[in-house]
Design a protein around this ligand. Structure first.
Ligand code: DCP
Ligand code: CA
Ligand code: CA
Length: 966
């Protein structure tokens, strides 16, 4: 039987058999890859893993297979010799009474000692499970004295609590007991260097700022006469070319592997791909694409489409070398050049479009790789033309042809914007052409609206941008960060500081401000589902202003460490660390340009394009394919507000599943969005939504004297910005001030973070926001203090709420305001304060609300949702229906072939819980959504939806004697 063949409607048996056959195939690959050097200690064993385990199931499975064991996906009585479990419910205990039920430590210890240890020393006994004894040893329940039963219950609760609040130390010990993990985490000296040499996302996202700095600088010098400073006049005869390598990583990889030239080939982490079919494909050749394989797809899914796919490794040095040659050729032809990414650039030429042939020939000659060239009278049309030119071709796109494209092809139009346009009835550029300018502007803001209007007509007057001044330099790592000791954290920070220092030196800059970014694992959550990932985290940051700019590694390390340890976090809970240097100066001491805050009350600040970590160049980010953007967002914990859970319609566009991990392992599903891409291209400086004050006031131009400031303009500012302005005046007192109130920044509406951390003598800023600083350089006594130490704040307002609400700025300023304004500001402030306190009371509520509010901001709808009760049923920790939908959506997307039975169990359990707790509305909404999303999803998902619906409906009938309306 062909396990990959199509299955008939509702043929569950065939489905299961096929599924198992596929899984077995995957295991064969794993087995074959396991080297002979690995002792085959589990030979002859057939092991089934039950429920949540630590280390996670995927890791145990890997270990079982590479050590010769047979891993059983389903519990089949005749086959299984052992069951691995960390914890068992009463029901499971009964079910498993005939099996050898063993703790995961049995496997891990055996591996360590390279021999199979006696299983019965690891059998699950009373204290490991949710009940005191295994059922076959248990006496008749009625005979157990009441006292004992009570104790048993307490113990059960404790076990549950431990499962709910896993300790960092325990999690790390488990994880690090696996040798591969030890080698690939921050406990290993030299990890930072290793990380940066192998991280593809790092290379892609920092390419423009890091590699470009070298290549472009060198070429600028070499071609000094031709390129530099030359400003061309646009006289209507522009020829812009968009030059992009065909399947770049794959083509480069094939240079030394000519025997694979005619085979389907993909680039991925080869070693990892053998054991983890969720490993990503970075690039695949066009032969693989013909079989349906795409960049960004998981290896597992790709192999299903194309079983003979050859996987080759990354070779970053080669990409860099080829990229350098590529730019060198382009410099020979170009009048203007705008580097876009490692394999792509825009050039403006003075010849005609025939020059594209010469360029392609020359690049082929020098690199043996093919590029395609899109040509047009502007950037827009050149970029669109590339889509038609690929592979190995060239194409000229005239303004009229723009109508042949769909709106999502337009540069800068991301998924969120596409959906919004679709809802307006616009799916291709021809539809867009019919839209009136005011309509577009009212929906997308004046600037974005205008650009869309022009794009629809093929108009794009943007000049090519040669280079932009660097604002910051940083290094962030949020993969593989696991510590056992303070010493390891210290060494890691030193390595990170070293990296930052090297980057500063390479661009000949020093910085005056050091910011430390921290990701700490969310304490109630277990191990991350993505191997060595950061999982669900809260972010914290702190910064320090230096009197003298530095690029010195030791200085950076020392300050960063001081800041890190001032948080007093347990190092075992750390999951990500980053050092960011801003306020850059060139070696000659002149400050680089900083963005400025306009003082006009109606004009908003010009925020940085988005809230990406500074090391990621926003423009490069915008150019990355959406799947890479999403991966980056997950990796860097950019949990910027996303759109509503995608509708089934959108699901069609999203070709890449979030993950192929079983649902029950996905502990950190997060909202992702490509809105950021829209923002990066379309400057949002005049977007109609509330401005985000992300610039530190330290970079303000000299502010007007207090007396000249129109006080009514203060009222026009949003509360968060108003407070900062007032505080700024407080730090530049116009008259002698008597009081120093602590600075209290209210959480911005965009806030991502769930916990505020309050250290007794410092203030902590939220990622993506910055805090106050004085424009003046710190006085000698202030040298080396963190900025807010200057304010000497009192105790945390959250733990000790003051009975009366005081304004957080100086009274001298306060007193000069008219009474009516004071009252209004007070009222605003009080509202903020109350909102803040309410939010802190319920983390979950805040998260759901923030999501909704953010969405509301874009759709101009305000939705208020009630505070969820403590015991609301949860699906993977989510109870708000929006979040539940998101989880369902991601689950369905992740398993195109159909669900894993254990995941169906999780969902069933959740739905029945909803029914039991009378939450019929959510049950109904979830079922309806599920039904809707699975409509396009093939028979397996369809019948799963049907079954779920039936089952919920039956449950409702049984309990409430009425049916479910859906
Ligand atoms: N890349 C990646 N992961 C992705 C997409 C791209 O690592 N999901 C890397 C590998 C690509 C390189 O970036 O080779 C360039 O990206 P492109 O989007 O230009 O893709 P390709 O060059 O591979 O293919 P195309 O021929 O479509 O340009
Ligand atoms: Ca390319
Ligand atoms: Ca590209």
């Amino acid at each position: 039987m062909d396990p990959y063949g199509a299955i008939q409607f509702s043929d569950w048996k065939t489905y299961m058999t096929n599924k198992q056959a596929k899984l077995k195939d995957q295991e064969k690959i794993l087995e074959e890859s396991s080297s002979q050097a690995v002792p085959q200690i589990f030979n002859g064993l057939s092991i089934y893993i039950n429920g949540y385990t630590n280390p996670p199931q995927s890791e145990l499975r890997r270990q079982i297979i590479i050590h010769g064991g047979d891993y059983q996906h389903y519990l089949k009585k005749s086959n299984v010799t052992h069951i691995i479990a960390s914890n068992l419910t009463q029901a499971k205990c009964n079910e498993f009474r005939a099996y050898k039920v063993v703790k995961p430590e049995w496997l891990m210890d055996s591996i360590r000692q390279k021999q199979l240890l006696p299983w019965n020393e690891y059998r699950i006994t009373g204290k490991d499970t949710a009940q005191k004894e295994l059922p076959f040893q248990q006496a008749n329940k009625q005979q157990i004295p009441q006292q004992q039963q009570k104790q048993q219950k307490l113990q059960e609760e404790k076990v549950e609590e431990d499962m709910e609040n896993p300790q960092g130390k325990v999690l790390n010990a488990n994880l690090l007991s696996v040798p591969w993990n030890r080698e690939n985490t921050s406990v290993n000296p030299g990890f930072v260097k290793k990380y940066y040499s192998s991280s593809r996302l790092h290379h892609l996202s920092t390419w423009k700022s890091e590699i470009k700095a070298e290549i472009i600088k060198k070429l600028d010098e070499k071609f000094a006469v031709k390129g530099k400073g030359k400003k061309r006049k646009y006289d209507g005869t522009r020829i812009v070319m968009h030059v992009d390598f065909d399947c770049f990583f794959a083509s480069v990889g094939l240079l030394d592997r000519p025997h694979l030239k005619d085979k389907p080939v993909a680039v991925s982490h080869v070693q990892q791909a053998k054991v983890d079919s969720s490993s990503d494909i970075a690039s695949c050749n066009y032969i693989a694409r013909a079989a349906g394989v795409r960049n960004g797809m998981h290896i597992g899914a790709a192999k299903q489409k194309c079983p003979e796919l050859q996987v080759i490794p990354y070779e970053f040095d080669k990409y860099k070398a080829i990229s350098e040659t590529f730019y060198e050729v382009l410099y020979e032809f170009a009048q203007e050049i705008e580097p876009v990414s490692v394999d792509e650039a825009l050039i403006e030429v003075s010849g005609d479009s025939l020059m594209a042939t010469d360029i392609r020939n020359r690049i082929r000659e020098k690199t043996q790789c093919e590029v395609s060239v899109g040509i047009g009278p502007n950037i827009l049309l050149a970029k669109l033309a590339t889509k038609k030119a690929k592979p190995a071709g060239q194409y000229y796109c005239s303004p009229e042809q723009v109508q042949q494209f769909s709106v999502s092809d337009l540069p800068g139009v991301g998924r969120a914007m596409t959906v919004k346009l679709e809802n307006m009835g616009v799916s291709n550029v021809a539809d867009l052409l019919k839209m009136k300018l005011p309509t577009l502007q009212s929906s997308f803001g004046p600037k974005k609206g205008q650009i869309l209007y022009e794009f629809a007509r093929g108009i794009d007057e943007r000049p090519l941008k040669h280079e932009q001044e660097r604002q910051s330099v940083s290094a962030d790592i949020s993969w593989g960060v696991r510590f056992e000791t303070d010493e390891q954290a210290k060494r890691f920070m030193e390595e990170l500081a070293d990296e930052v220092s090297k980057r500063l030196l390479s661009i000949e800059r020093k910085g005056k401000r050091i910011t430390l970014n921290i990701l700490r694992r969310r304490l109630a959550v277990g191990e991350a589902w993505k191997r060595l990932g950061h999982g669900e985290c809260d972010s914290f940051s702190k910064s320090i202003a230096l009197a003298i700019a530095t690029d010195d590694s030791e200085t950076i390390a020392q300050h960063s460490l001081d800041m890190l340890f001032s948080f007093k976090f347990d190092v075992t809970d750390l999951r990500g660390l980053g050092i960011n240097i801003t306020k850059l100066e060139s070696h000659h001491g002149n400050e680089t340009k900083q963005q400025k805050l306009s003082f006009s009350p109606t004009k908003e600040t010009s925020p940085p394009p988005n809230n990406l970590p500074p090391e990621i160049d926003p423009e490069v980010f915008a150019e990355l394919p959406p799947d890479v953007q999403e991966e980056l967002k997950r990796q860097y914990n950019i949990s910027e507000p996303g759109p509503l859970p995608p509708s089934p319609k959108r699901a069609e566009n999203n070709t890449r599943p979030l993950s192929s991990q079983p649902l029950h392992e996905q502990q950190n599903l997060r909202t992702t969005s490509t809105e950021i891409q829209d923002i990066a291209i379309f400057d949002t400086s005049s977007s109609p939504s509330e401005p985000i004050l992300t610039q530190p006031l330290a970079s303000l131009p000299d502010i007007p004297p207090w007396s000249q400031l129109d006080p009514t303009s203060l009222l026009a500012l949003p509360e968060s910005m108003r407070q900062q302005v007032l505080q700024l005046y407080s730090t530049n007192p116009p008259s002698k001030s008597k009081y120093n109130y602590p600075v209290q920044l209210p959480p911005a509406p965009q806030q991502q973070q769930r916990h505020h951390h309050h250290h007794p003598d410092t203030k902590v800023s939220i990622r993506g926001r910055t805090r106050l600083a004085s424009k003046r350089s710190p006085s000698p006594t202030m040298k080396g203090t963190t900025l807010t130490q200057m304010f000497n704040p009192k105790k945390s307002p959250h733990r000790h709420p003051s009975p009366e609400i005081r304004p957080p700025w100086e009274s001298s300023i306060w007193n000069e305001l008219p009474a009516s304004m004071q009252a209004e500001i007070q009222a605003d402030h009080r509202r903020e304060q109350l909102a803040r306190e309410r939010n802190i009371r319920n983390d979950h509520f805040r998260e759901a609300r923030t999501k909704l509010m953010d969405n509301a901001a874009s759709t101009a709808k305000i939705i208020d949702i009630p505070l969820p009760s403590q015991n609301e049923p949860k699906l993977l920790g989510n109870s708000a229906i929006e979040d539940v939908r998101q989880v369902l959506y991601q689950w369905i997307e992740a398993f195109p072939a159909g669900p894993e039975p254990e995941d169906v169990d999780v969902v069933v359990k959740y739905l029945l819980e909803l029914v039991k707790t009378k939450n019929l509305e959510n049950a109904q909404l979830a079922i309806m959504y599920f039904d809707d999303v699975t409509k396009q999803k093939g028979t397996v998902w369809r019948s799963c939806a049907k079954n779920l619906k039936q089952m919920v409906s039956d449950a409702v009938k049984a309990l409430y004697n009425c049916g479910l309306r859906c």
